[in-house]
Design a protein around this ligand. Structure first.
Ligand code: RIB
Length: 301
């Protein structure tokens, strides 16, 4: 049995669909409106829970508001088999909120109000040290305070976990955090934010990956949308091709990729095979609307 621990955000996603994304100063009428369970951390935890084999344990560490949305989310995560020891409802705060615009070709733009996610401080993290110490695999992103992310990575790594950082959304970090990261998984924009290299083809992906290795991570995976992912590790260097699908909504595709990747690695798949598995999971997610709603189950892969 493996213990997979995810630390991160949970958001109430308010989603509107358009023929194209509104430009600055432009008002467009949406074709529809949906309320969804989202947040990068929660999406990744759900992906782990739906894709892992029976017997593994998934823990999610997060802060929610003390509101009805939090209750709905907790019920849904419970139904997916996520353990709730790391979930705290914080009095006086609201659950995080995301406003999401989706264009006709599945692309999106997102604004987030962190709400309770911002209250996951290093002090608040203290009570989750046991979960971090028990983790075999640990995954985190950047919608919680970066000092907490750094502290959690350090703690999990010191206790022997394999650590994954999905540096999303793009954020400038101090260099120390990368020392505690085994596997880093930026998309092209995030890779550019960290390295300054515009990733537009295989050559620039290789250069960005080299720079990311120098910061610390042994394995670099730059996700390339429908083209798949650029993998740079001791056994392989190059593009692992994605699956060709017609995208409907790309929200949570990256989160699905990250959760699936951690599940596959926890089952001892070789790195390239794990990236292929993650590509397939993400490809299914983009063919469906919504965040957690779009994440596939193991039998669908
Ligand atoms: O990665 C997708 C997620 O980003 C959405 O669910 C939204 O909540 C934002 O956090």
């Amino acid at each position: 049995m493996s213990r997979l621990v995810i630390l991160g955000s949970a958001n109430a996603d308010h989603v509107m669909s358009f023929e194209y994304l509104p430009a600055p100063g432009q008002t467009l009428m949406s074709k529809d409106y949906r309320f969804e369970h989202g947040g990068k951390g929660a999406n990744q935890a759900v992906a782990c829970a739906r894709l892992c084999q029976a017997g593994n344990r998934i823990d999610f560490i997060c802060h929610l508001g003390a509101d009805g949305i939090a209750d709905q989310m907790c019920q849904s995560w419970h139904d997916d088999g996520i353990h709730s020891d790391g979930i705290t409802k914080v009095n006086g705060l609201s659950t995080g909120t995301a406003m999401i615009f989706v264009g006709a070709n599945g692309e999106n733009s997102i604004g987030v109000s962190l709400g309770a996610n911002a209250s996951m401080t290093t002090e608040a993290l203290e009570k989750h040290q046991t979960l971090l110490a028990q983790a075999d695999w640990f995954l985190v992103q950047l919608e919680t305070p970066t000092t907490t992310v750094a502290q959690a990575l350090k703690s999990a790594k010191k206790h022997g976990a394999n650590t994954l950082l999905n540096p999303a959304p793009a954020t400038v970090l101090g260099t120390e955090i990368y020392r505690w990261v085994d596997i880093i998984t930026p998309n092209e924009t995030e890779a550019e934010a960290i390295t300054g290299i515009e990733v537009c083809d295989e050559n620039t992906a290789r250069l960005a990956a080299q720079m990311l290795h120098q910061l610390g991570p042994e394995t670099v995976i730059i996700t390339l949308g429908s083209r798949g992912a650029y993998l740079s590790c001791s056994e392989f260097e190059g593009v692992v091709a994605g699956v060709d699908v017609k995208p409907v909504d790309t929200v949570a595709a990256g989160d699905t990729f990250n959760g699936a990747l951690m599940v596959a690695l926890s089952e001892n798949l070789a790195m390239r095979d794990a990236v292929e598995f993650a590509n397939r999971a993400a490809a299914i997610a983009v063919t469906r609307p919504g965040a957690q709603r779009s994440i596939p189950y193991r039998h669908e892969l």
